[in-house]
Design a protein around this ligand. Structure first.
Ligand code: SAM
Length: 287
């Protein structure tokens, strides 16, 4: 399904004068082999409406369409990219639609217009400056499981390591607990800085995330966020100290959650944080 009528991406960049702008977090992927590999990470796309943030000159977009995505809906902030993306849409039978806008403000479900049989997947080489914010936006939706089936996202390698980190090390923190509470995350590919034009200062990695059913349906997002924020706010302290100021006594809470008060946040598993959040809600409502 590869379309050979489109010119090489370097020619597109020259023709449309798409010199990468730092302010838009632009580091383009021009190697079609690499974009092809990324497009294959989520698996079969024939029933998928793929939401892509920041298509830029359209390298990854082309790959998603060539890999058989039913439709690709993209949001791009840089209007210089709209004309080259119109060429991509025309070459792929208008399976691509592009909106000019800021992905942080998009109401995705309205934009995607999903049919009953459709599954939504998000695939993006994210701009670094908004990547973590968008990921958190998609992890903190109230309705769970969410409207999307998977996320396949480029991050700075250090952020990717934090997302998948297990307890017991420096990388394990709020982002790890939130992501692993909401689903299963893995590093699907490491991407060296040299793969981008222009190359960024750091290496990157692609995280593939699939939402899972809630571990405990009684536990609310705001309670998990609260206990995790407190615990990691002073990550070097023991929980009996870091959880002070939570509106319920720290020692009573830890006892109720069956947790050793001398533990530090980085040694608490996701399941233990879930229980901590549940007990926090129970104690708070009985006050
Ligand atoms: N997908 C292209 C590729 O792989 O070559 C470009 C990736 S580049 C890292 C990030 C893209 O996101 C740029 O095209 C940039 O203009 C766009 N962008 C930056 N901030 C954005 C935002 N808040 N909403 C939508 N697009 C954004």
């Amino acid at each position: 399904m590869t379309n050979t009528t489109l010119p090489p991406l370097r020619d597109v960049i020259n023709a449309y004068e798409l010199r990468a702008k730092k302010s838009f977090g632009q580091n383009f992927l021009l190697d079609l082999n690499l974009t092809g590999k990324i497009a294959r990470i989520p698996g079969d796309l024939s029933n998928s409406i793929v939401y892509e943030v920041g298509p830029g000159p359209g390298g990854l977009t082309r790959a998603l369409l060539a890999h058989g995505a039913k439709r690709v809906v993209a949001v791009e902030m840089d209007e210089r990219c709209l004309a080259p993306l119109t060429d991509v849409a025309a070459a792929y039978g208008n399976r691509l639609s592009v909106e000019l806008g800021n992905a942080l403000k998009v109401e995705e479900q309205t934009l995607l217009k999903l049919g009953n049989e459709d599954e939504a997947r998000i695939v993006s080489n994210l701009p670094y400056n908004v990547g973590t914010l968008l990921f958190i936006k998609w992890l903190t939706l109230q309705d769970w499981k969410p409207w999307y089936r998977s996320l396949t996202l480029m991050f700075q390698q250090e952020v990717a390591e934090r997302i998948v980190a297990a307890p017991g090390g420096k990388a394990y923190g709020r982002l790890s607990v939130l992501a692993q509470w909401r689903g299963q995350a893995r590093i699907a590919m490491r991407v060296p800085a040299a793969a981008f034009t222009p190359p960024p200062k750091v290496a990157s990695a692609i995280v593939h995330f699939e939402p899972t059913e809630p571990i405990d349906k009684r536990v609310q997002l705001k309670d998990i966020e609260k206990v995790v924020e407190k615990a990691f706010g002073q990550r070097r302290k023991m929980l009996r100290a870091s959880l002070k100021g939570l509106e319920v006594p720290a020692i009573g809470l830890l006892e109720a959650a069956n947790l050793d008060p001398t533990l530090r946040a980085e040694n608490v598993t996701v399941a233990q944080f879930v229980e901590l959040a549940r007990q926090y809600r129970l104690l708070k409502s009985s006050n």
